[in-house]
Design a protein around this ligand. Structure first.
Ligand code: UN1
Length: 483
């Protein structure tokens, strides 16, 4: 395969090659020696140019015809879906997600654009009678303005899509910074967007580091809002800087999502839900279930069956048919997983299986899914987000104790329960403080047309996805008119 070099997209054009000597090599985690593509990194100057271009394009784009926005979004969604195999393969190569999951992710990205193509045409606005005589009131939404979109590496195309599509739909101009680990999917998406008929400056993409590109976006007085998905640490920094700059924020950060398994659960279903939620996508989902809270009557049978199923998972090359679990995204994340396994053992948890690096000739970041039992609620593996396939099982007496344990976290993104009891399922749906609750389904894996988000340390700002995305990407205007 020939090695191509690519660049950022600013003010309606890809930056000519040779503009930057700072080169980013995008490597395949299944074969770290293999460079997927090379990128010339952007820095502060280019980021400032992109923001200025977005600012210039904003007024006209805010007044654009909904049909123009709908057509552009539909074009992007149609092309993503038509090229699903190619885009999924690229995603699997750069991030290590197995092709089956990468296909699902590409479809989700395409469908998000299609959803917002329709949403652009949806009528909205409210009329009120004033409390004053002969005054009419109109309430409607206007674009937020220029939005910075900062995306993580674990969903290289779906998360950019579900932020960029509503941003454009509601008349905003975009300055998009993908994660440096996954520039290829972002570039492919930007290339499609570049042919969608948007005026120059409406969409910009900058491939470069957080400390220059990200920091410039976050601090710029010309940016009106930041939609970010990533680590809690970075999210908190963004929240602080955004508050200083009076910017609107939408932050999606970590999770330590509980899955409750009750005695009355269907055993096979419980094991399937835990396996999928904890280990698929190599556990690299903020919605992953990393704490499974199991009542005493089913505990031993559940652990035995889950260990058996976990040992049978095929860890390997993301592009190879038959692989269940692809590599960890990079060496740093692999080290983090291994250090949490060590911490679990040191603090007295029992490692039932996994938790080891697999040697491969290519030096891949293969790591076997780890199942810990005899966990107590104070252990680090039980409290901290690992972002890897490391699962802690906590044994409890009954539903009441399980519920209390599930709630014992600063996070609040997703929570699940496996039960055949209508009463417990209802109680959990109603009273869990997570933003998303799953009954007899994995805590990860969500639809694209309904609100996504959490509470506590997991999220800040209004929900992503679906019609609710309007809340972040618009401002409300109230007008009064004397008849
Ligand atoms: C899912 O579980 O389907 O970064 C999506 C993440 C989330 C997306 C999860 N923002 O893992």
């Amino acid at each position: 395969m020939t090695l191509v070099t690519k660049s950022s997209y600013v003010d309606g054009a890809f930056i000519p090659l040779g503009s930057s000597a700072d080169i980013l090599e995008n490597r395949n985690p299944s074969h770290p020696g293999e460079v997927v593509e090379r990128f010339e990194r952007a820095g502060q100057v280019l980021t400032e140019q992109a923001i200025a271009a977005a600012r210039r394009a904003q007024p006209a784009w805010a007044r654009s015809n909904p049909q123009q926005r709908a057509d552009a979004l539909d074009f992007i969604g149609t092309e993503i879906l038509a090229r699903r195999e190619e885009l999924a393969t690229l995603l699997a190569r750069e991030e290590g997600k197995v092709v089956r999951e990468a296909l699902g992710e590409v479809d989700r990205a395409g469908r998000s654009f299609k959803f917002y193509a329709q949403e652009a045409l949806r009528a909205e606005g409210e009329k009120y009678q004033s409390v004053r005589q002969d005054v009419a009131i109109d309430v409607f939404s206007q674009p937020l303005g220029v939005v910075g979109i900062i995306a993580p590496w674990n969903f290289p195309i779906a998360i950019p899509a579900w932020k960029i599509a509503p941003a454009l739909c509601f008349g905003n101009c975009v300055v998009f910074k993908p994660a440096e680990l996954v520039p290829s999917s972002a570039w492919a998406l930007a290339e499609i967007i570049s042919r969608a008929g948007l005026p120059a400056g409406v969409f910009n993409m900058l491939i470069g580091p957080g400390r220059s590109v990200g920091d410039t976006i976050i601090r710029s007085p010309l940016v009106d809002g930041i939609s970010f998905t990533g680590s809690e640490h970075t999210g908190r920094q963004i929240a602080r800087l955004a508050a200083e700059g009076m910017k609107k924020v939408q932050l999606e950060m970590g999770g330590k999502n509980p899955l409750i398994v009750l005695d009355d659960a269907d055993l096979e279903q419980a094991v399937e839900v835990a396996l999928n939620g904890s280990f698929y996508s190599t556990g690299q989902r903020c919605t992953a279930s990393s704490r499974v809270i199991v009542t005493a009557g089913i505990h031993d049978a559940f652990v035995a069956r889950l260990a058996e199923r976990t040992r049978a998972l095929q860890v390997g090359d993301a592009l190879q048919a038959g692989t269940d679990i692809g590599p960890v995204v990079d060496s740093r994340q692999l080290e983090q997983n291994l250090s949490y396994v060590a911490a679990g053992l040191e603090q007295g948890a029992k490692l039932e299986c996994g938790g080891e690096r697999i040697d491969s000739p290519a030096g891949a970041y293969f790591f076997t899914p780890a199942l810990f039992t005899e966990v107590t609620a104070g252990m680090r593996i039980y409290r901290e987000e690992i972002f890897g396939p490391v699962l802690s099982v906590l044994k409890v007496r009954d539903y009441e104790e399980a519920f209390t344990a599930a709630e014992d976290t600063a996070f609040g993104l997703s929570a699940g329960i496996v039960t055949t009891s209508l009463r417990h399922a209802e109680h959990f749906k109603r009273h869990s403080s997570a933003g998303m609750v799953m009954v007899n389904l994995p805590t990860a894996g969500v639809d694209y047309h309904v609100p996504f988000g959490g509470n506590g340390a997991s999220s800040l700002g209004s929900r992503e996805q679906g019609t609710h995305a309007r809340q972040f990407f618009t401002r409300v205007k109230t007008t009064y008119q004397l008849a």
